[in-house]
Design a protein around this ligand. Structure first.
Ligand SMILES: [Zn+2]
Length: 252
């Protein structure tokens, strides 16, 4: 995979240089600098992201699978039954990112349809992401924020719930689908806090649990765990880490 990444970056660089020789010099020069910055960020991610406990093969497809900064998925793992979620998405959301595992997709469709009846409109922003896609996502943030800040909201490859196909980042249409803390102030979010467990969803990174989950408060990140477990977590105000007694680990 590292070879692939380096290879594709090299291809992009060669292409940028070729373009540079044929077209005006200044934009291509900027592009080349941007590519170099991205390449540097990818190297930082590959150096700083630790290899942690591998999620057991028999657990990877379970709805209650724990994936976090101390439990990671293999880079080759792709969940079964990824389907396109039939809800509105932001215009620029790619095909892959509109996908979730079938059970999660159908549950989210139901929830979004119910919300719509109360004039609450959410849109999908990012669902399934492969290991490699996560490498680029985190590297993009590292480029602008540096590693430790970026890793408070964006996971290392293999450590993202998005690779399970059970997570979806959402926004409200009133909020122009912006992924951010302001979603936590919307009526859509208030409804989700109250009702999402009935559809099997939890807010995976709640406010005040940063030291337990290892991630900042993310009102936009929904995780499907099934209705039974979602009810248990809501009733006890537990994160998945607390449910598994995993909270003593140092998840900074
Ligand atoms: Zn997310």
């Amino acid at each position: 995979m590292i070879f692939h990444v380096k290879c594709s970056i090299a291809t992009v660089l060669v292409f940028a240089i070729l373009v540079c020789s044929c077209v005006a010099a200044s934009p291509a020069k900027g592009e080349k600098t941007a590519d170099k910055a991205m390449e540097a960020a990818i190297q930082v991610v590959q150096k700083k992201c630790k290899v942690v406990n591998p999620v057991d093969q028999s657990n990877r497809d379970l709805l209650d699978v724990l994936v976090n900064k101390s439990n990671m998925l293999d880079k080759t793992f792709i969940p079964d039954e990824l389907v396109t979620v039939d809800i509105p998405f932001g215009e620029s959301v790619t095909k892959d990112r509109r996908k979730m595992r079938k059970d999660a997709a159908r549950a989210l469709e139901k929830m979004v349809a119910t919300m719509k009846k109360s004039k609450l409109n959410v849109i999908g922003i990012s669902g399934y992401r492969s290991f490699q896609s996560q490498l680029y996502v985190l590297s993009g943030y590292v480029k602008t924020k540096g590693f430790s800040k970026a890793n408070r909201t964006s996971a290392c490859p293999g450590q993202s719930e998005h690779q399970t196909g059970l997570a979806m980042d959402i926004g409200s249409t009133g909020n122009h689908g912006v992924l951010g803390l302001s979603f936590g102030k919307t009526n859509e979010y208030k409804w989700i806090i109250k009702n999402a467990d009935q559809y099997g969803f939890i807010i995976r990174y709640p406010l005040g649990k940063e030291k337990i989950t290892g991630y900042s408060y993310e009102p936009w990140h929904l995780r499907y765990v099934g209705t039974k477990l979602a009810g248990v977590l809501k009733k006890n105000k537990w994160t998945l880490e607390e449910y598994y007694g995993d909270q003593d680990q140092d998840l900074k």
